[in-house]
Design a protein around this ligand. Sequence first.
Ligand SMILES: [Zn+2]
Length: 141
Amino acid sequence: MDAHTEEAENGRPSRDLCDLCGFALAGQSGVLALVADSSAVDDHTPTRDGQRLVVACSPEHLAVLEEVYQRRTFNEEELWAAQIARALRYRAGRITPEELSERTGLTFGQVVRAITWRNDIARAEGPSEAEEGQPSPDIEA
Ligand SMILES: [Zn+2]
């Protein structure tokens, strides 16, 4: 796996395309900004959870991207759910809320709120879309 593929799979932006217009940067350097995004978690640097690195072809497109993320609601439950999904990604079988709390660094109350939020989203989206993206945790009561 090369570095580019690895970055794409981690949900970080490709350095090759503008995140707004998709313009191929093709070796030119794009402009970058770190924006607040409660859906973003970093597999390698958990201290960057809740931040997304965006790349644009121009300062104008970067300004639009920054505005998009500024308008997006930063939802703590969404961030915690993403952190839970990351903790569960390579773990098979059941897990207790206490283990989950230990693995994510979240409090028990935060784990419960995140799961409730995730379940509400899954119900609103319907069964087919709920299967995509983040795995639903199999948590012992
Ligand atoms: Zn662009």
